[in-house]
Design a protein around this ligand. Structure first.
Ligand SMILES: [Zn+2]
Ligand SMILES: [Zn+2]
Length: 318
């Protein structure tokens, strides 16, 4: 591990926590508190949740296995199609991280990537979800999962505790699996497909080799819910977050009040360093040293105004 761990670690940890607080924890708390305040009766949301469970026949393979895949699929296409409209129209050009690159995206390469995305979602992600439920049930047993107990909604504190644990597990497992993908042999045969886009766009977030999608994307995301034996609703919330945020981080646009894409964009641009998600593991292992000397690092923060980041950083250094 790097010797100057503490300074780098604290700095990146602060940035990461700031992003999480501003963009994920705070809006989610507000949403949950508003839902609670608007409920006409004490058990209103539990009754609604019961209806949702009944609609799926209380079938655990659907609630735990298939629904996260469906939710992830819908979230992906809604967010990515909005970004694609911006890619094709050029309306967000001012906010482009790598101006002039893939503006507009090359049609043939885009169609190829869309095919990969659909293959991964429909033929890798969805079957995995259903099979993963069996592992989940094997670990926790049907009685302990207790679908009857799932009729009760988890408390807000419990939701955030679980999401926090998922985030930590994902941060560690994603980092090591991604670093492994950069091993010469694995990179050549598997990970290279994802890196064909040196200036990424949102729509290609899941464009990768099926084995990478399985071991690099889905397993790190699903370990948390399996380890904690969580409520299905927490699963669902998690899959909305971990689909929307990576799509946004691949978008190639640094937009106000959205997560900074600079870290992962730099990884695509240079094919080195910045292997993790939040940057905490890279700080621990020193795999962010070159990046920290770049303009990309200076621009790596959540914008709170409309002025494009490239103008902000330029004016700050002049
Ligand atoms: Zn990579
Ligand atoms: Zn990527």
């Amino acid at each position: 591990m790097a010797s100057s761990l503490s300074k780098r670690g604290i700095l990146l940890l602060t940035i990461s926590v700031y992003i999480e607080l501003l963009l994920y924890v705070v809006p989610l708390i507000m949403l949950l508190l508003t839902a609670k305040a608007l409920a006409p009766t004490e058990d209103y949301w539990e009754t609604q949740w019961g209806r949702v469970m009944d609609a799926f026949g209380r079938e655990p393979h659907i609630l735990y296995g298939l629904m996260p895949s469906i939710i992830s699929f819908v979230t992906y296409w809604v967010v990515a199609l909005v970004y694609l409209a911006c890619d094709l129209s050029g309306c967000l050009h001012r906010y482009k991280v790598q101006p002039g690159k893939n503006e507009p995206p090359p049609t043939q390469r885009l169609w190829h990537s869309l095919g990969m995305v659909l293959f991964n979602q429909l033929l890798v992600g969805a079957p995995y979800g259903v099979l993963a439920y069996d592992v989940f049930e094997f670990i926790w047993t049907k009685e302990r999962i207790g679908l009857d107990k799932c009729g009760q909604l988890p408390s807000i504190v419990s939701v955030f505790f679980q999401l926090g644990v998922y985030t930590a597990i994902r941060e560690i497992t994603f980092y090591y699996s991604h670093r492994m993908m950069h091993h010469r042999w694995i990179y050549k045969h598997i990970h290279k497909q994802h890196h064909e886009w040196t200036a990424p766009i949102a729509m290609i977030t899941l464009s990768c080799h099926p084995l990478e999608h399985l071991f690099g994307n889905i397993v790190p995301l699903s370990l948390g819910p399996v380890v904690l034996g969580s409520h299905p609703l927490v699963h669902w919330m998690w899959f909305v977050l971990v689909t929307a945020f990576p799509v946004s981080k691949h978008s190639g646009y640094h937009l106000p009040l959205l997560p900074s894409p600079e870290f992962h964009d730099y990884h695509h641009m240079t094919n080195s360093e910045c292997f993790g998600n939040l940057g905490i593991m890279d700080a621990l292992h020193g795999t962010d040293q070159k990046w920290r000397r770049t303009e990309s690092f200076q621009r790596h923060f959540v914008m709170t105004g409309w002025k494009p980041i490239r103008e902000m950083v330029k004016s700050a250094t002049q």
